[in-house]
Design a protein around this ligand. Structure first.
Ligand code: B12
Ligand code: SF4
Length: 508
């Protein structure tokens, strides 16, 4: 089959503000196995430019695909863009099959299939094996009812097949790196970059997390093979920065240490950045020198709130003591810390913001990233927020960087003021400025300067965006806006059945 993968341009600041773009790992992850099955696969990456809709449609027509596959990592807020481009392609090429995958459609398949007739099928959960089976069924005209892990329309309307089994051996599927020109992709201020995954999922139970249930179970790749793949990306494609897409790569100290040692043995000069949990950093105090030696330059630590009551509400399972200690240890080992902090909880008052700011200051992180509470329907937290009022009805804005919910004790402009004030105090205090200007390690200095520069560009964009956005007064409740809670379906795959890859196309 001729298969076209499309990465649509995302309107969020994460895509539009930086000059850098990262490869769309989700699409490459399904592209590799589809190429190995004998399909002719091509990728259009609309992030560059960004590409106007008509150019994407024109390039699609030129390729004459049998199937167009969509998916986007900025999942919820990316959906309206995918819907717009998919419907334009369907209007021009009505015979083309349209397949959609990723986190948001995995859960919102009922509404999408009911309201968007141009979508042929949705892949639910991880896509490597399911996409192979689905494309084979579509190619040979087999019924879709026998393909696990999808949703489609039958005579009775939208229906889902039984959940796919989680992939136990992540090394059994390769990333379709040949679909991209590595020279186009960069991060960290113009350095050639790739996104990778050592592991999938997370064993923790934070009740707002939209990712843990999607991957259903924590698994990791073979540490040595994974290190070799990173080294190959460096040697053969000149990749310098490796961005880890993992929710939580450090869950198993044994596997993580084996990876760090294997990468050190490869002796490649890489910059590694990603996210992890503060308690894992504290647990690994004795091997943090290996982190540094392997190339770790920054970890994003999800602190979400510094208020113990809120941490309990969101079941973060963290304490303010470990958060602070993790930052101290990282600094001691020359690794930057970025603390994410969430605002917009319903009962927040000025006093809470003030206390949070002071605690954040006492943590002394190198960088902060503030986000707004944004409930996903498939998480337990959604139930707690279901009756809150929505003030932002444009779904493209549900990207954590826009206020979407009303809070009880203050108007949106005051929440924005606290949001910006907290960022400003953290990033403009003398210590932070000193680190930006005089950080001794040149690599860390570059990283601090690049982030500061990003911040300077994001600020006017966010403030102007707030002034221009039309916020709804007396909007719908969260449940009215998105539908009833769906936390019963949080785990998108089955972890009890073993996954057996189907044979290759040639063998079939
Ligand atoms: C790397 C990353 C980025 C990179 C994007 C790089 C890129 N080109 O994709 C950058 C830094 C630019 C970024 C920006 C943003 N991001 Co981001 N990002 C991530 C991160 C860390 C990893 C994504 C990833 O590669 N995952 C690994 C791949 C393999 O998984 P996947 O994409 O889900 O694909 C699998 C399946 O879903 C499925 N699949 C996916 N697509 C398709 C398509 C088909 C046809 C099929 C069959 C299957 C399929 O198969 C794949 C293999 O199993 C995640 C957090 C996380 N841990 O996942 C957040 C995350 C995806 N980002 C998020 C957000 C909100 C954003 C922004 C909106 C932030 C902002 N306000 O600017 C923007 C959006 C712009 C964008 N380009 O996505 C949220 C999305 C939340 C949601 N559910 O809506 C996440 C989950 C973070 C979070 N904490 O919640 N992001
Ligand atoms: S630690 Fe992070 S990835 Fe794990 S459940 Fe909590 S928010 Fe999700």
């Amino acid at each position: 089959m001729r298969i076209l993968l499309i990465n649509v341009p995302h309107p969020a600041i994460g895509s539009r503000i930086p000059d850098d773009h990262l490869p769309p790992l989700g699409l490459l992850a399904i592209g590799g196995p589809l190429i190995d099955d004998g399909h002719e696969v091509r990728l259009i990456d609309g992030e560059f430019g960004p590409m106007p809709k008509q150019d994407i449609v024109a390039q699609t027509i030129a390729f004459r695909p049998d199937a167009v596959l969509f998916g986007h990592s900025g999942s919820t807020s990316g959906h309206p863009v995918i819907a717009e481009i998919a419907s334009a392609i369907a209007a021009t090429l009505p015979q083309t099959l349209i397949v959609y995958g990723g986190v948001f459609p995995t859960y919102h398949w009922r509404e999408i299939l009911a309201g968007e007739p141009y979508i042929t099928a949705i892949v639910r959960g991880e896509g490597e094996e399911t996409a192979r089976r689905l494309m084979r069924a579509l190619e040979f005209g087999h019924g879709l009812a026998g393909v696990d892990g999808i949703a489609y329309r039958d005579a009775n309307g939208p229906r889902a097949t039984r959940p796919a089994a989680v992939i136990r051996d992540l090394d059994a599927y390769r990333i379709g790196w040949e679909l991209i020109d590595h020279g186009r992709y960069s991060y960290w201020g113009g350095l050639r970059a790739a996104v990778v995954q050592f592991s999938r999922g997370c064993p923790h139970l934070c009740n707002y997390c939209g990712q843990r249930g999607f991957w259903t179970r924590w698994r990791h790749r073979d540490p040595v093979r994974f290190a070799k793949e990173l080294a190959r990306l460096h040697r053969e494609h000149g990749v310098k920065v490796i961005n880890f897409a993992d929710e939580n790569p450090t869950v198993s100290k044994k596997a993580w240490k084996a990876f760090l040692e294997a990468l050190i043995a490869e002796n490649v000069d890489l910059i590694l950045v990603g996210s992890t949990r503060a308690d894992d950093i504290v647990r690994d105090a004795d091997i943090l020198h290996l982190y540094k030696k392997a190339g770790w330059q920054r970890f994003l630590l999800g602190m979400e709130s510094t208020d113990e009551k809120t941490l309990e509400l969101i079941r973060k399972g963290a304490t303010t003591t470990t958060d602070r200690e993790a930052i101290r240890l990282m600094r001691q080992h020359g690794i930057l810390s970025m603390a994410t902090w969430v605002v917009g909880f319903e009962e927040e008052t000025d006093r809470d913001h003030w206390r949070g700011l002071r605690q954040l200051l006492s943590y002394d992180p190198d960088q902060v990233q503030l986000l707004y509470v944004t409930p996903h329907r498939w998480t337990p937290y959604f139930r707690l927020a279901a009756q809150r009022r929505v003030i932002q009805t444009d779904r493209r804005r549900w990207d954590y960087k826009h206020q979407v919910l009303a809070t009880r004790h203050m108007p949106p402009w005051r929440v924005l003021l606290w949001f910006k004030f907290t960022e400003m105090v953290l990033q403009c205090r003398p210590k932070a400025i000193w680190r930006v200007l005089f950080q001794r390690d040149a690599g860390l200095r570059h990283a601090m300067r690049w982030y500061t520069q990003m911040g300077r560009r994001v600020w006017p964009h966010e403030i102007l965006g707030f002034l221009l956005d039309r916020l709804t007064v007396n909007g719908p409740t969260v449940a009215e806006f998105w539908g009833a809670p769906q936390d019963g379906e949080e785990e998108s795959m089955s972890s009890s059945r073993p996954e057996r890859p189907v044979g290759t196309r040639q063998a079939a």
